[in-house]
Design a protein around this ligand. Structure first.
Ligand code: EPU
Length: 339
């Protein structure tokens, strides 16, 4: 285990914010993680667990230790004619894993193509896109308790998944480090999900009637590339806010005033509203302020054009929140972790 000092975090966060961490250690296995968590220099200070750094906004230098999770590897735990249970190291890149699964002919995560970040971060916030969430294929994970150093198993129910939520963001916040994730994927008769938005349109345009999992993945990749900025080129962390859910009765009230407001009905007389619409209607889409701004093709994505500071982005997010609240009476919640 090598403890380094004063490391720039710029290459390790997709916003490309240039702040430093006073200490830095990379771990390549569960045992190395346990060793790091037990180290005296580390355990008494602040700890930041870093995966792909694609869902964080760093607003200041970090006076503590960053533990970078580099745990790699894929292992088949169980296999039948129909399904495979595959366990993956938390440090594997999510999209590369999706492509690997497609190469093996495994289905279930093709709609989650091109999501930045690591496998270990995926269940943390129950990643979702284009009508699918990881909870649907999630079997279990292994996580190490930060205080005791004990490795524990969490099955699907233990994780209490919700929309961009799990126990690891709530009751167990900052208590566990995910080291491995096991997903149950299909080997044949893959359920194909093309219900969301433009997937079916894109497939139709390409003349595909009976899409394979690879076709769905390609369609999703095409849609994402057309709307979302590539973090390699423009710093961003995907959706900055969650889509808010409000009571149906309040939604009816808003619709009386704003007739074009979109909403998706949920069970329990709730309606989910696209935050991007609220932000766009409040006049923020495509605005540029110095080095930062709001993406011109997706109003939910804040961007760093280069040289922007985390605090500037945080302040912009606060202004957006305030103007949406003033106009629509809805308080947006950040999806990104602001540190
Ligand atoms: N819309 C606008 N203006 C915009 C963009 C969208 O008004 O600039 C409205 C439109 O009405 C559109 C609706 O918002 O129909 C939904 O837009 P989109 O399909 O782009 O999805 P989203 O709700 O904005 C969510 C996820 C994304 C995910 C997409 C596709 C959240 C917070 N975001 O965005 O996830 O890729 O659906 O499934 O749930 C992420 O979490 O980082 C992320 C990118």
């Amino acid at each position: 285990m090598q403890l380094l000092e004063n490391i720039s975090l710029k290459p390790y966060n997709s916003f490309g914010i240039n702040v430093e961490s006073s200490l830095w250690v990379e771990v390549n296995s569960l045992e190395e993680l346990q060793e790091a968590l037990g180290n005296d220099k580390i355990r008494h200070g602040k700890i930041m667990i870093l995966g792909g750094g694609s869902n964080i906004l760093l607003t200041a230098d970090f006076n503590g230790v960053v533990i970078k999770i580099n745990i790699l590897g894929k292992e088949i735990l169980e296999e039948t004619e129909k399904e495979v249970l595959v366990k993956t190291g938390a440090g594997e890149n999510w999209h590369e894993f999706v492509l690997y699964a497609l190469d093996q002919g495994w289905g279930g995560i093709e709609n989650l193509s091109l999501i930045p970040g690591t496998v270990g971060a995926a269940p943390m916030q129950n990643i979702g896109a284009y009508g699918v969430e990881i909870r649907e294929v999630f079997d279990h994970l292994t996580a190490v308790h930060r205080e005791t150093g004990k490795a524990e198993k969490f099955d699907n129910r233990d994780c209490k998944f919700g929309y961009r939520e799990s126990v690891f963001k709530n009751i167990y916040k900052e208590q566990y480090v995910i080291t491995h994730v096991a997903l149950r994927l299909t080997k044949k008769d893959h359920p194909i999900n093309t219900s969301y938005g433009t997937i079916s349109q894109v497939l139709e345009q390409n003349g595909i009637k009976d899409p394979t999992i690879r076709d769905v993945s390609n369609a999703v990749i095409g849609i994402r590339q057309s709307k979302l900025p590539d973090p390699e080129k423009i710093g961003n962390a995907g959706s900055f806010f969650k889509n808010p859910t409000i009571d149906k009765i309040d939604f009816e009230g808003l619709r009386a005033e704003f007739s074009s407001i979109p909403g998706y009905e949920l069970p329990g007389d709730q309606v989910k509203i696209p935050a991007a619409w609220l932000i766009e209607q409040s006049g923020w889409k495509g605005i540029k302020r110095g080095n930062i701004g709001v993406h011109k093709k997706q109003a939910l994505v804040l961007v760093n054009y280069g040289g922007g500071e985390g605090a500037e982005l945080r302040d912009l997010a606060l202004e957006i929140q305030k103007s949406v609240a003033d106009r629509f009476g809805i308080v947006l919640t950040p999806e990104v972790n602001i540190i």
